[in-house]
Design a protein around this ligand. Structure first.
Ligand code: TTP
Ligand code: MG
Length: 362
């Protein structure tokens, strides 16, 4: 091995990355604002539930409500059937956005290499801030403490040498958890493959057919075999499983584009279904956008024969609203009808960041 690749490997191995994810974010904020709700099953979604009439879906719910089987994206009517005594609250997005901006401002003081990935989660590269895993733990404890003191909210933190492992680690011991992963392979070995973000039912099924259910098995599978079954995603999964994923923490100011995509359970050319998928992707993307505004929207499809086609639209001015994003995404996917589609994606580009004041108003 030559010196350059050695140096690169060495640097990658020394990275210390922290993933912060707020606990039951929307409902925790509601419980903070309404202390009488503490300890109760609280469900936040749609415009709430009145007189048993539920419309819309659950955005999130408290850990007490999760014991009844309620979870994000479930129909509110079903949540109501599972626990009629839960407190059902409407979504107060303005409040959650404000709290989120405050938390992100706190996190930015811990590392300027900070990447917000959704309304309640962020990666921080703290390689330059700590010398070893022990110091990293102390650093993470300080972050938790500051958020608790200033926001009266709890979060869970994962620390590892790659982004994905840090993310899996933050989810490992929720709520109010702190998981430091020194040896990624050992930590991941027994976890189900579904713990890897991005592994949905379809990938899980393909892996299961290959006899792979745990991440440890994934790590020791021949990477070529994974690629032959799952394409590029297979290679990425292999790296994640081995703790060698080297994706960088990209601060917002350096971000060029942001995208979300999904492989469909069944290939389809049904426009209603496809529009629903791009709308959901637009929603995910919009949540991740936070203080970024965009000018270009692109929809990508992969047809059943693996042909990839993209279509874009560039607006004259910057936009940030979900309706615009959804509308353009629908417009673009309609232009791509023709053959059955196996994967859809939505991307926004030509990004700019709202300044602090605008962010708080957003
Ligand atoms: P998550 O971090 O996925 O969930 P959470 O913070 O509520 O709970 P956890 O303790 O498991 O992290 O999402 C953050 C917020 O995003 C969540 O509070 C509400 C919102 N959200 C939706 O509106 N719809 C969804 O489907 C999901 C997953 C989240
Ligand atoms: Mg969360």
């Amino acid at each position: 091995m030559n010196t350059i690749s050695l140096r690169v490997r060495d640097r990658a191995m020394r990275r210390i990355i922290l993933h912060v994810d707020m606990d039951s974010f929307f409902s925790a904020i509601e419980m903070r604002e309404h202390p009488e709700l503490r300890g109760l099953p609280v469900v936040v979604g749609g415009s709430g539930v009145e007189a048993g009439k539920a419309r819309g879906v659950v955005s999130t719910c408290s850990y007490e409500a999760r014991k009844y089987g309620i979870h994000s994206a479930m129909a509110l009517s079903q949540a109501y059937r599972l626990c009629p005594d839960a407190k059902f609250l409407p979504v107060n997005m303005d409040l959650y956005r404000r709290v989120s901006a405050e938390i992100m401002d706190i996190l930015r003081t811990y590392s300027d290499k900070m990447e917000q990935v959704s309304i309640d989660e962020a990666f921080l590269d703290i390689t330059a801030k700590v010398r070893d895993w022990t110091e990293a733990r102390v650093y993470a404890e300080r972050i938790k403490e500051e958020i608790r003191a200033k926001e009266r909210l709890t979060c869970s933190i994962g620390v590892a040498s790659s982004k994905m492992v840090a993310k899996i680690a933050s989810d490992f011991n929720k709520p109010d958890g702190l998981t430091v992963v020194e040896h990624a392979r050992e930590f991941l070995a027994e976890l189900p493959v579904r713990s890897i973000p991005g592994v949905g039912p379809k990938t899980e099924m393909v892996l299961k057919q290959m006899g792979i259910t745990r991440i440890g098995q994934l790590a020791s599978t021949d990477v070529q075999l994974l690629v032959s079954r799952l394409g590029k995603h297979g290679e990425q999964l292999y790296r994640i499983a081995n703790g060698t994923d080297e994706s960088e923490v990209v601060p917002e100011r350096d971000r060029k584009s942001l995208s979300r995509e999904r492989t469909l359970m069944d290939d389809t050319d049904d426009m209603e279904t496809l529009e629903r998928h791009v709308e959901e992707l637009a929603e995910e993307l919009h949540r991740a956008l936070k203080c970024l505004v965009f000018k270009t929207v692109t929809v990508k499809v992969k047809y059943s024969d693996f042909r990839v086609v993209t279509r874009s639209k560039t607006l004259k001015t910057f936009h940030s609203d979900l309706d615009t994003l959804k509308q353009i995404a629908r417009e673009l996917i309609r232009q791509m009808r023709g053959a059955k589609i196996r994967l859809v994606g939505v991307r926004v580009a030509r990004l700019a960041m709202l300044d602090r004041r605008q962010r708080r108003l957003a």
